[in-house]
Each structure stands twice: as C-alpha cells, then as structure tokens.
Design a protein around this ligand. Structure first.
Ligand code: UDP
Ligand code: MG
Length: 142
C-alpha cells in the first residue's frame, strides 16, 4: 500500500470529555504516525470553510455551530493506506450504525457529535491538510 496522509480532527465533543489521548492512542496503535498537529478553537467562518462541500446539506448550520462550540485537535496522520486506516478506526458516520470497537461506536454521542473527522479520499486529504497546515508544519515520518 502507498504511504498516504489524511486529515483527522478530534471534534469538540471528544475534546470536552478528555478523549484526545484515547483517540490518538488508537491511531498510533494502528500504526498511524503524526505528521502535524494543532490544538485550536475554530470560528464559525473557519468551520464553514472546512465543511464547504456540505453547504447545501440540511445539517450544515448545526454542524458548523457544533464544530466551533469548543476546541478541536487537528492532526495529519501518515502511514500506509492512512486514509482507509483512519476511516476504519472511526467507523460509520452515525455512532448508532458503527461497528463495535470503532471510535464513533465506542465514544460518539450522536450522528453530529461523532467525536472524529477523517478525510475520505486523496484529493480531499490534500485540500483538508492544506486548510490547517503549511508545508513547513508537516514532518516526514516515513
Ligand atoms: N453530520 C450530521 N448529520 C448527518 C450527517 C452528518 O450532523 O445526517 C455531520 C457529522 O458530524 C459528520 C459530518 O457532518 O461527521 C460530515 O458528514 P459526512 O457525510 O462527510 O460524514 P463523515 O465523512 O464525517 O463520516
Ligand atoms: Mg466526510
């Protein structure tokens, strides 16, 4: 498998419950390496920019309110097949439908407050990593 990078966010619900360490532990245990990391509190405009692809969705307003309701931990992970590895660790969008042992099943609150974000494809990973990190912020780990 090719070495990839993916953009992960520990969302406000998980940061508020002190689950950053637990979530990063799961990622590191699966072999993902931290290439860049930031802890920050998004503004509404920044959250809207990040989720711009969902602008027309009915949940967009609530989602972007929630994403700026508290701080988030943003991490670029690197590893073989990192995009699929991280999506697999997260599980389905709705915690009620996610497989046991996944982050969203084990830790998520509901379909909105589902504890983590993960890029869904190489193109979105590149765009999303660039939203938060410059080239100088990113450390090669392979
Ligand atoms: N979301 C929501 N209601 C929905 C679907 C999604 O509030 O019915 C939120 C949820 O926080 C999700 C995010 O919007 O993680 C982005 O949705 P997407 O379909 O991209 O899911 P993901 O890629 O995060 O699994
Ligand atoms: Mg998505």
């Amino acid at each position: 498998m090719a070495t990839e990078r993916t953009l992960a966010i520990v969302k406000p619900d998980a940061v508020a419950r002190n689950l950053v360490g637990e979530i990063l532990r799961r990622a590191e245990s699966a072999g993902l390496r931290i290439a860049a990391a930031r802890f920050l509190h998004l503004t509404k405009v920044e959250a809207e920019g990040f989720y711009a692809v969902h602008r027309e969705r009915p949940f967009f307003s609530d989602l972007t309110d929630y994403m700026c309701s508290g701080p988030v931990m943003v991490v670029a992970f690197e590893g073989d097949g990192a995009i699929a590895t991280w999506r697999g660790l997260m599980g389905a969008t709705d915690p009620a439908k996610a497989e046991p042992g996944t982050i969203r099943k084990d830790l998520g609150v509901n379909v909105e407050q589902n504890s983590t974000h993960g890029s869904d494809a190489p193109e979105t990973a590149q765009t999303e990593i660039g939203y938060f990190f410059t080239a100088l912020d990113q450390v090669a780990r392979n």
